[in-house]
Design a protein around this ligand. Structure first.
Ligand code: PMP
Length: 450
């Protein structure tokens, strides 16, 4: 039996430069073998990950403000997840749920039916990736309504498969050269307050009017679904103006359109409630989860009204790996990790600590245009004061400075001018504060140079 590993020290440490010599060596080998079409936010090779730390092959300990893009919310070595997965690993790795069934799949569905917003009768379908779940939500909505069209929003990100690329807004690098795309996708403005032309106070009402206009122009009775992220992720951590999501809900109801909430990035406790849409009390017909749901193993889900989930004839949904037993076991561990409410409280604490570091920058650094987000899903946008001309150069320089100092942050946004923070919910306060100090110093320095 392997000797148990010593805990990963929960402190930032730079043993070598980042990337260090071993990472550089591995990168060279990687480049000789792996497609160059995969980019990397930071070219270091990870040996271990635990709590708020990524430990690389050179012994650097990097503060993790990414969680593998909002996946390892309960930590990359969560004891509940490990126990469930280890027990499942002993029993079997796979049968294919469409061939012979297993209880873990049902248990994951039961938890999602019970915990997602909405008191109506629900069913759940499990898949592997976020994009796959989004595609299946559309299949369900089209079957149920008998309608073809799908409404999505500016700045949306829904995945990299052909249909979800069509639903995703940003051209480069997600869509460029990959068309033609499926048709029947219509895009409406998103009520993002910062850049709303007539002012933030008008964003919700005017964006809702634009949605109504698009529906009227194309015939509201042709729309199967509208799909929105409660807080947009890749698009820039855009929190919609208050009332927008509720207004969309009302429009969907008025026209018999299935209202689909893509909670893949914002859901599963990230924003301080189990689901981000809870904060405004908006209840979707279908809710999509992935990322943190599987605690690091690939798992995604579509949960919603029974009449919707049961509209597709038997055999119409599925997939070889859909709801894989190990991934279901991991999810059961994730649910246990959330059971006592402490991780949700951590998300709220992460927000208040982070805001206390970041909000003063709004006054001291002119290119800091906005600090926004909710819970442990927070972002800083860089733009020229007054004109709001995006400053991707500043975001890039800040990220580079953080990376060199051992703090992993990710850039996002349509213009690439947003730094986003997605720390694991188990990150310790000292580590969080240390990472934030590095980040604020980088913003002050790069902001002064801008
Ligand atoms: N929707 C949202 C909101 C996402 O953030 C992502 C992933 N970043 C996806 C869909 C696609 O998920 P996946 O990469 O697992 O296919």
């Amino acid at each position: 039996m392997a000797t148990p590993l010593a805990p990963v020290l929960q402190s930032r440490h730079i043993a070598h430069s980042i990337p260090g010599p071993r990472s550089r060596e591995l990168q060279e080998h990687r480049d000789s073998q792996v497609t160059s079409a995969f980019g990397a936010a930071l070219s270091v090779f990870i040996d271990r990950a635990e709590g708020g730390i990524l430990q690389d092959v050179d012994g650097n300990r990097i503060i993790d403000f990414a969680s593998g893009i909002a996946v390892t919310s309960v930590g990359a070595t969560n004891a509940f997840v490990q126990a469930h997965v280890a027990a499942q690993l002993d029993r079997f790795t796979h049968t294919c749920f469409m061939v012979t069934e297993y209880e873990g799949f049902t248990e994951v569905c039961r938890w999602l039916n019970a915990h997602t917003p909405g008191t109506f009768d629900k069913r759940t379908a499990l898949f592997s990736t976020g994009a796959e779940a989004v595609e299946n939500a559309i299949k369900i909505a089209r079957t149920f309504t008998g309608r073809p069209n799908v409404l999505v929003f500016d700045e949306a990100y829904h995945g990299r498969s052909l249909l979800t690329m069509a639903m995703t807004a940003k051209e480069k690098p997600y869509k460029q050269g990959f068309g033609p795309f499926p048709e029947q996708i219509f895009r409406a403005p998103n009520a993002a307050p910062l850049r709303w032309p007539s002012g933030a106070e008008n964003a919700a009402a005017e964006a809702l009017a634009a949605v109504e206009a698009i529906l009227a122009e194309n015939g509201p009775e042709t729309f199967a679904a509208m799909v929105i992220e409660p807080i947009q992720g890749e698009g820039g951590f855009l929190v919609p103006a208050e009332g927008f999501l509720a207004g969309l809900r009302a429009i969907a109801d008025a026209h018999g359109i299935v209202f689909v909430m893509d909670e893949i990035q914002a859901g599963m406790g990230r924003t301080g409630t189990l689901f981000a849409s809870e904060s405004e009390g908006v209840v979707a017909d279908l809710i999509i989860t992935a990322k943190a749901l599987g605690g690091g193993l690939p798992l995604s889900a579509v949960t919603g009204r029974t009449e919707l989930l049961n509209a597709v004839p038997s055999g119409g949904l599925g997939g070889t790996y859909a709801g894989n037993p190990l991934a279901c076991a991991a999810a059961l561990g994730v649910f246990e990790a959330f059971a006592d409410g402490s991780l949700l409280a951590n998300a709220a604490a992460i927000e208040s600590i982070s805001r206390s570091h970041l909000e003063p920058l709004l006054d001291s650094v002119p290119v800091v245009a906005e600090v926004r987000g909710r819970g442990a899903m927070l972002a800083v946008e860089f733009a020229d004061p007054g004109t709001l001309a995006p400053r991707p150069d500043v975001a890039k320089a800040v990220a580079a400075a953080c990376h060199a100092a051992g703090v992993l942050v990710l850039v996002c946004g349509t213009f690439g001018n947003v730094i986003r923070l997605l720390p694991p919910l188990v990150i310790g306060t000292e580590l969080l504060e240390d990472g934030l100090q590095v980040l604020t110093a980088a913003i002050e320095e790069q902001g002064a140079a801008a």
